[in-house]
Write a protein that binds this ligand. Structure first.
Ligand SMILES: [Mg+2]
Length: 314
């Protein structure tokens, strides 16, 4: 198996494992420095041990739409809007606040209707910059990893379906570019995507990234805000030493120990860590336990990543 394929598989698999590992601790206080999170589920949310939540369910919708259409053009975005709403019928209790409002306001199962609903929700709550798009953006990098500008455009378009606030969109562009770089080049670099943002936005994002590099992931609160979520995930990745499986698993654990929106912070971090270190770096214990929406397990997530890759390579 090529490194590239292993890393592409890692994006979905490590993100899903971070999600499932963080589920039991969502909205809790920070965990002790030596606490070891376990995939014990969250019975009050009907999530069984190993089951992933909205972060991965929505990533699966993106991967399936991209695999079906060989990319993320407008037709694929229509399909994605339909898949989001279909998931919402069974998974809405796990959905974030903004996503729930957008689904409720969508007048038709199309990208255009969902975008209009998202803009209407933002007009009502102009500061709503939740992490609900960032949590599912890593998978966008799998679609056309050799197309830097196209990936940034798709990241923004997928974000705008539910989270059109400029900070939500920009966090997705930056993170997706970091995941794409890790996939293609095997490095971990978040400032490398700054040139993809509006010139007026770049210096504030640079300062946010610098503040989070090597920092305590628990110092970015509340991490339901997309900027704090990105900083917490980046802090978890950059403050954890090691390589390969050690770096991947210890960074995910660090993301969860930070508390707050634990499943989402670990899902975000997992997308980047998986792109860097590959599915082969995901501990078997997690890979064998993870499962969720769409009837997918660890092997199913790997197969889905392969389908996305296969659909866009001619
Ligand atoms: Mg979640």
């Amino acid at each position: 198996m090529t490194d590239h394929r292993d890393r592409a598989r890692g994006v979905l698999l490590a993100s899903a494992c971070g999600d499932a590992l963080g589920v039991p601790y969502e909205y809790g206080p920070p965990l002790a420095d030596d606490a070891v999170p376990e995939m014990v589920g969250r019975p009050e949310s009907d999530l069984r041990p190993g089951e992933y939540s909205d972060d991965t369910a929505m990533s699966v919708c993106i991967a399936e739409a991209a695999a079906r259409h060989g990319g993320l053009d407008e037709e694929a975005l229509d399909d994605l809007a339909r898949r989001f709403l279909e998931w919402g019928r069974v998974g809405v209790k796990h959905a974030g606040r903004q996503t729930k409002l957008v689904f409720a306001a969508s007048s038709a199962p199309t990208a255009d209707a969902m975008r209009r609903a998202a803009r209407a929700v933002l007009e009502e709550k102009p500061h709503a910059a939740g992490n609900g798009a960032l949590m599912r953006t890593a998978v966008v990098a799998l679609v056309r990893p050799d197309d830097r500008l196209g990936t940034a455009r798709s990241a923004a378009e997928v974000a705008r379906l539910t989270h059109p606030h400029q900070e939500s969109v920009e966090s997705c562009v930056l993170w997706t570019e970091a995941v794409r770089r890790a996939l293609v080049g095997g490095d971990i670099d978040l400032v490398a995507g700054l040139d993809l943002l509006e010139p007026t936005s770049r210096s504030s994002w640079r300062a946010r990234i610098e503040a989070a590099t090597g920092a305590d992931p628990g110092s970015f609160t509340p991490n339901g805000y997309t900027v704090a979520a990105m900083q917490a995930a980046w802090a978890a990745v950059t403050s954890t030493p090691g390589q390969g499986a050690v770096h991947l698993s210890m960074s995910l654990i660090a993301a969860i120990r930070a508390g707050g929106d634990t499943d989402t912070i670990a899902a975000i971090a997992g997308g980047l860590l998986g792109a860097r270190w590959g599915a082969s770096a995901v501990p078997d214990m997690w890979r064998n336990a993870v499962h969720g929406y769409g009837g997918l397990d660890g092997a199913g997530l790997v197969a889905l990543a392969d389908q996305v890759l296969g659909s866009t390579q001619d």
